[in-house]
Ligand binder design. Structure first.
Ligand SMILES: Nc1nc2c(c(=O)[nH]1)N[C@H]1C(S)=C(S)[C@@H](COP(=O)(O)OP(=O)(O)OC[C@H]3O[C@@H](n4cnc5c(=O)[nH]c(N)nc54)[C@H](O)[C@@H]3O)O[C@H]1N2
Ligand SMILES: Nc1nc2c(c(=O)[nH]1)N[C@H]1C(S)=C(S)[C@@H](COP(=O)(O)OP(=O)(O)OC[C@H]3O[C@@H](n4cnc5c(=O)[nH]c(N)nc54)[C@H](O)[C@@H]3O)O[C@H]1N2
Ligand code: SF4
Ligand SMILES: [Mo]
Length: 738
């Protein structure tokens, strides 16, 4: 038994100050409850940071983890979730057998029975109502090989456009903003930028709680004689904001005005790099004209941020030599999400701060493998960042998979998750297969979602490791193997690919998602156009090799990677190919962006109306390898506080729990550290309502209701914050977000 540090009381551990690319000292964090008899290489799946770790195994059970000293992402460090979350694997509540609903009750069944029922329902729906009657709602937490298999089944086997991930609630905006600006998804920045930058700008990103190990890297940089400046934009005074040199606290939903104001000051103050703008971007004139309408005094009125503070932010950013910008849910889940994320891209671009050390953009992901959902097309996009609106890209995939181009859905944009649920509600989708996500807790408007999942005409399959709130509403439940119980690869925010080897057997009859998808394809008899099996791989490694072929020549080129290369050392970032065999920190170091009309992933949208830019319009714009500066005006949120509902409610995370707590809620130290929900409210509002710390509060909105204890302070007047982790399973008598 070894615990190198108490990550509950000391979340980030002790400081190891450093400066300079790749100079972050090693600190190996370990928590093992028994002495392992072997260690198995993996990476953590409790956030998108992607820390390299080894799984400690004794007598066929996981007994702990330790960080991998040689991994470039974390140099051995792990945060509280990483050090504790593995305990869920050993929970007695794991699903061990398939379940089928019979006479209203979920009852144990064999795999044959469960899979035959799923296949019969899928065939029936397909034959009677076409492939459009089958929908998939997947996740940001499976492995690359699993997603790619699923994507090929959906696109080339069934031909349904209705496939999306919970990444729609999460970081679809990151992808969308990168497509609008750079023509394709793919992270411009790298964690290495933290090592050398002199300025960090975090917008709506509570890094100290949600990417604890990346935050550790930031803190270690800031404890030197030459610390990078830190500017944080968040309505709450989070632990992240408390560390900042400058904290801008805009009203919820006003990012757009603040960022336009900042762009205006950067242009007006002549901090911009005109030569870079002329050579490497288009759209500057319109951007300049648009943001000119956001002088600091107007921004102050809209956002509540003092004009002097905005000026100071512009000066701090403008006078720096480098800039690392990050965005997360305070942008992506807020008003004008894509448009605001795009303005953050624009800030780096007008300053010419991209594609070199210390100069990056991290349009963050949240879930550990969200990047792969997008790359492989399991979210509806096309694999390898291909463009569904470009027939040449469709033909390429058809050749690769040996199918007719017509089967690959490309006649309309891919259906997004909320529209999939809408089709389930209206009845055109008859079968919904949910994997590795818990929408009965995590989708908006829960009452409605639970009603949809319970519709008798809708056949619902849920593939999970636990009998979640969602699984309880399913017609068939498939018990899934989790991380540690299967082999595969996944890619973190800064494109670093890790391999996670199988360490232990799954409990009971649980099977990996990979095996389940292969079995489905086999039983469905999915074939290519020569009558051979559509899915031509049987092991994760073979799937990875097939995936590599799909990425050749695309921005996310994996062709230089292999299981052997990923095993033994550190994770490696793409693009990784013959030209860059050790991967790339800055995919845009050449300053040629993937905006060429024949190459780009998307022709983009109007950021106010969402209307698509046509291929002809895009060609006329002729970006030809230059980044696109897209300008947008601020629009107030559709729903504003009023007399009946006087507060703005936002929801998010706290450090000790992951999402709906199916994992972290099964680790006693994490439960003890954060046992319950809370309602964060300002001191001013608490006084007015005569609320004291810990008092019970009932929140009601137009859509639901929730009861929890008050936590007072560190938030603006008129605003309320609630962690979204807490569902129903611990106290059925209490209202946890109805
Ligand atoms: N501990 C922990 N870490 C996690 C996760 C977890 O569940 N727990 N989940 C992972 C996942 S999937 C995700 S997506 C990430 C999310 O990570 P973050 O985005 O960092 O976390 P959130 O708490 O969702 O939201 C971030 C901040 O946005 C602020 N905010 C709200 N509205 C606005 C606004 O209008 N403007 C601005 N500027 N800020 C606003 C909130 O006050 C909040 O502090 O975390 C990942 N890491
Ligand atoms: N109110 C509010 N709602 C939100 C958010 C918010 O900030 N506020 N954030 C949104 C965001 S950013 C996110 S990412 C989502 C997260 O929402 P969810 O995806 O619903 O949350 P999780 O609890 O991570 O659900 C993952 C499920 O997969 C299961 N699982 C784990 N490993 C495996 C595996 O290997 N295979 C299979 N088949 N199952 C497995 C787990 O048991 C769990 O039930 O919530 C979104 N909803
Ligand atoms: S920062 Fe994220 S990936 Fe790293 S240990 Fe913590 S939860 Fe795991
Ligand atoms: Mo997320």
């Amino acid at each position: 038994m070894l615990t190198t540090r108490d990550s509950i009381s000391n979340i980030w551990g002790d400081r190891t100050p450093f400066e300079g690319e790749n100079q972050w000292p090693v600190r190996v964090d370990q928590r093992t409850l028994e002495e392992p008899d072997r260690w198995v290489q993996s990476a953590c799946v409790l956030c998108s940071n992607g820390c390299g770790c080894d799984i400690g195994v004794k007598d066929g059970r996981i007994v702990g983890v330790r960080g991998r000293a040689q991994d470039v992402v974390n140099r051995g460090r792990l945060g509280p979730k990483g050090l504790h979350g593995w305990e869920a694997n050993n929970s007695a509540e794991r699903l061990t057998r398939p379940l089928i609903r019979r006479a209203g009750r979920l009852e144990p069944a064999s795999w044959d029975e469960a899979m035959e029922l799923i296949v019969a329902k899928a065939k029936e729906a397909h034959q009677r109502y076409s492939a459009g009657s089958i929908g998939f709602y997947t996740t940001g937490q499976l492995f690359l090989e699993e997603y790619y298999t699923l994507a090929v089944i959906g696109k080339a086997g069934l031909g349904t456009p209705h496939m999306d991930g919970n990444t729609r609630l999460c970081t679809a905006t990151a992808a969308a903003s990168l497509k609008e600006t750079f023509g394709s998804d793919g992270q411009p920045g790298s964690y290495f930028d933290v090592d050398s930058t002199d300025c960090i700008f975090m917008v709506g990103h509570n890094m100290s709680s949600t990417d604890t190990v990346l935050w550790t890297r930031v803190l270690d940089r800031r404890r030197t004689n030459n610390p990078p400046k830190l500017i944080v934009v968040d309505p709450r005074k989070t632990m992240t904001a408390k560390e900042a040199d400058l904290h801008l606290a805009p009203r919820v939903g006003t990012n757009m005005a603040l960022l336009n104001g900042l762009l205006h000051l950067l242009i007006e103050g002549n901090y911009i790099d005109q030569d870079f703008i002329d050579r490497h971007t288009i759209g500057f004139a319109t951007l300049k004209q648009t943001v000119a309408e956001y002088p600091p005094e107007r921004v102050e009125k809209i956002c509540g941020v003092a004009a002097a503070d905005l000026r100071r932010a512009a000066e701090m950013i403008g006078t720096s030599k480098m800039l690392l910008s990050t965005c997360l849910q305070g942008v992506y889940q807020s008003n004008q999400a894509t448009a605001a994320a795009v303005q953050v891209n624009n800030i780096n671009l007008v300053l010419g701060r991209i594609g070199r050390p210390g100069c990056g953009i991290l349009q963050m992901n949240g879930q550990p493998t969200a990047q792969n959902t997008r790359e492989t097309g399991a979210d509806g996009d096309l694999p390898g960042f291909r463009n569904w609106d470009n027939i040449k890209h469709i033909e390429e995939l058809a050749r690769l998979w040996n199918v007719e181009p017509a089967i690959i859905p490309h006649w309309t944009p891919p259906t997004h998750a909320l529209q999939i649920f809408r089709y389930c509600e209206t009845g055109s989708i008859r079968m919904l297969w949910i994997q590795c996500t818990n929408p009965a807790v995590s989708l908006p408007n829960l009452g409605r979602i639970r009603n949809i999942l319970q519709k008798p005409e809708l056949f619902v399959v849920v593939q999970d490791a636990f009998l979640t709130e969602t699984a309880q509403l399913a017609d068939v439940v498939l018990p899934a193997a989790m991380w540690g119980e299967k082999t595969g690869t996944f890619t973190n925010v800064d494109r670093t690919v890790h391999i996670s080897h199988k360490a232990v057997e799954p409990p009971g009859e649980a099977r990996s998602d990979f095996e389940i998808f292969l079995d489905f394809a086999r039983r469905m008899g999915l074939k290519d156009k020569d009558g051979a099996p559509l899915i031509k791989w049987t092991t994760p490694e073979e799937a990875f090799e097939a995936w590599k072929k799909c990425t050749a020549g695309r921005p996310c080129d994996y062709t230089g990677l292999s299981y052997a290369k990923l095993t033994g050392g550190s994770g490696i970032s793409w693009r990784c190919n013959a030209e860059y065999p050790e991967g790339m920190h800055h995919p845009y170091q050449s300053l040629v962006f993937p905006t060429d009309p024949d190459y780009c992933e998307s022709y983009g949208h109007d950021l106010i109306t969402g209307g698509m830019v046509s291929p002809e319009e895009y060609r006329a714009m002729n970006p030809a390898g230059r980044a696109i500066l897209k300008a947008t005006h601020y629009m107030p949120p559709f729903e504003q506080p009023d007399e009946e509902y006087p507060f703005f409610l936002t929801t998010g995370r706290q450090v000790y729990h992951f999402h709906t707590r199916t994992k972290t809620g099964r680790s006693q130290p994490l439960v003890d550290a954060a046992p319950d929900d809370y309602v964060q409210i300002s001191g001013q509002d608490a006084q007015r309502l005569t609320l004291s710390e810990g008092d019970w509060v009932r929140l009601t909105s137009r859509r639901g209701m929730l009861e929890a204890r008050a936590k007072i302070g560190d938030i603006g007047a008129g605003e309320i914050f609630v962690p979204f982790h807490y569902g129903y399973w611990d106290d059925p008598d209490r209202s946890g977000g109805q």
